[in-house]
Write a protein of this length. Structure first.
Length: 65
């Protein structure tokens, strides 16, 4: 998986476009991408850069306090 969170493993998810439901019976497929951002994560003695979702970034800064 290329576009997944390095911490929790959240990846893209498939679904349907909300504007194409209702009276329109043809549902348009779309893909929901996670909000991944480059983050510095502590690994053992050092640090490394990794893609993490915003929920994991918030949790990391919360536990750092």
């Amino acid at each position: 998986m290329a576009r997944a969170c390095a911490i929790c493993g959240k990846a893209s998810m498939g679904g349907f476009n909300a504007q194409s439901s209702g009276m329109n019976r043809v549902r348009a497929h779309r893909r929901y991408q996670p909000n991944l951002q480059l983050t510095v994560v502590a690994k053992g003695a050092g640090t490394e850069k990794a893609l993490a979702c915003t929920r994991c970034r918030r949790t990391l800064t919360k536990s750092a306090r």
